[in-house]
Design a protein around this ligand. Structure first.
Ligand code: ADP
Ligand code: MG
Length: 240
């Protein structure tokens, strides 16, 4: 589903990604972890074309990101992305947040978009809040709306970049619960997160990044079970 092949990226002289190679199969859940500044956000953003890269390629469901002929907005609409800071449109109601891209990007009718958006809003347990504005919801609720909004586009895969790290502790589980249920339903997911409980529960694979390199790419049994490389061990010792 997602084939990352020798991706290299530089900011000026600084190499932020070095020969990153991995593949994510349909239905697989991959957790990406590693120290701050190791390139996790940059890597995940290259997958839906939000960050350009200078060398290598990423094939998403058969479409090459490096190919200049690729329609990036079409590709981006197929890969859902959820960020640390929810990024809902503050001036739009929850319903409008859920429908705007469906109508503008996918060309759905407003009726169809509303039906789909509200069904996903119900799924994340927030149908009572359809007419509110983002600022009227808690952080955990806003993040669940952001997930419902991404799902409304019928994505072939979902990318998460530290979706719970800006939340108060009591709100983390309500977001993780939604992610767990998605994972169990077979959604293809790439999740940057330090929630190792989530990783242990649903991850098929763990990628550990350090200084722009994929240092470990293994099953969760191997990652948590047997001693890993020194950097991964140090990292795990700090967060567990
Ligand atoms: P992570 O998500 O693992 O914390 P990032 O992918 O955000 O790491 O960043 C990786 C490195 O790239 C960091 O050293 C960061 O300072 C640098 N970086 C990120 N964005 C930019 C940018 N726009 N210009 C220059 N350097 C950047
Ligand atoms: Mg980051």
């Amino acid at each position: 589903m997602i084939d990352i092949k020798g991706v290299n990226k530089w900011y000026g002289q600084f190499q932020v990604l070095t020969d990153c190679t991995t593949a994510i199969k349909k239905g697989e859940v991959v957790v990406v972890c590693g120290p701050s500044g190791s390139g996790k956000s940059t890597l995940i953003k290259t997958v839906n074309g939000l960050e350009p890269f200078q060398k290598g390629d990423i094939i998403v469901n058969g479409t090459s990101i490096a190919d200049p002929k690729t329609d990036m907005s079409k590709l981006r609409s197929k890969v859902g992305m959820v960020f640390q800071h929810f990024e809902l449109f503050p001036h739009l109601s929850i319903t409008e947040n859920l429908t705007v891209a469906q109508v503008k990007v996918l060309g759905r009718s407003m009726d169809e978009a509303k039906k789909k958006g509200l069904a996903y809003l119900d799924r994340v347990g927030l149908s009572a809040h359809a007419n509110k504005y983002p600022a009227e919801l808690s952080g955990g609720q806003q993040q669940r709306v952001a997930i419902a909004r991404a799902l409304s586009m019928d994505p072939i895969a979902m990318l998460f970049d530290e979706p719970t790290s800006a939340l108060d502790p009591e709100m983390i589980n309500e977001v993780l619960d939604v992610m767990v249920s998605l994972a169990k339903e077979g959604m293809t997911m790439m999740c940057v997160t330090h929630e190792m409980g989530f990783a242990k529960l649903v991850a098929d694979r763990i990628i550990f990044m350090d200084k722009g390199l994929i240092e470990e790419d293994c099953s969760k049994t191997d990652f948590f079970g047997s001693p890993r490389g020194e950097r991964a061990q140090q990292f795990l010792a700090k967060i567990l």
